[in-house]
Design a protein around this ligand. Structure first.
Ligand code: 5GP
Length: 194
């Protein structure tokens, strides 16, 4: 079991509705030493890829991506902003993302200044469930003409369809913990062997 899986077992809370709460170390209070270990692991898994930018989405991706960036020298972190209204003045890339946790639709926006055809992007996010957030970030990279070199996720819920869909699209998707099943009644969590 890796350090993230161990931490999920120790401090994660399984809620009804297929939600895993990890507020004590990832989504509210943040354990940056753990993020640093995760960043090292992303660097190992994406070794040899020519990554010059990290793209994430607010809010929970920002902490993980920022600490991970220390292991990708020279790569700034850009975060897609969530916005209820779209700015149509043409200086933003936009995509629609349905929120798994809040069940609403957000527009996510990235300024054209910070993503260009020269960029080789590592996308990082906290959770992968149905894959809507990732699809939005991939669309934004495509609009920019940037190359998606890989996708690093902290926790993939392997019993939901996002992981298979993104791998079928041909992307190198690396999830540090893949939950194959979890039970809100007993609190048990089973991880996929990697
Ligand atoms: P997706 O777009 O893949 O359906 O969901 C990914 C987004 O939803 C993540 O950015 C994360 O913020 C949120 N999310 C999805 N499932 C969970 C979960 O079980 N626990 C928490 N804390 N967030 C989740």
């Amino acid at each position: 079991m890796n350090v993230l899986e161990e931490r999920i077992c120790k401090d994660g809370v399984v809620k009804e509705g297929n939600v895993l709460k990890v507020d004590s170390f990832l989504n509210h209070q943040m354990d940056v030493n753990l993020f640093n270990e995760m960043g090292k692991e992303y660097a190992r898994r994406f070794k040899g890829k020519n990554i010059n930018k990290i793209l994430t989405i607010e809010s929970s991706g920002i902490g993980i991506a920022s600490v991970a960036a220390l292991h990708f020298p020279g790569a700034p972190v850009v975060f897609a902003k969530k916005s209820q209204s779209i700015n149509l003045d043409g200086d933003m890339y936009t995509a629609e993302v349905e929120s798994f946790t809040h069940k609403n639709v957000n527009h996510v926006i990235v300024s054209k200044k910070y993503l260009t055809p020269e960029d080789h992007v590592l996308i990082i996010d906290d959770f992968l469930a149905n894959g809507c957030a990732l699809q939005g970030l991939i669309q934004i990279c495509n609009q920019a003409g940037a190359t998606v070199e890989g996708i690093g996720i902290a926790i993939e819920k392997g019993f939901q369809p996002g992981g298979r869909m993104i791998r079928n699209m041909g992307y190198q998707l690396e999830s540090l913990a893949i939950v194959d099943s979890m039970d809100a009644k007993t609190g048990t969590i089973k991880f996929r062997e990697q």
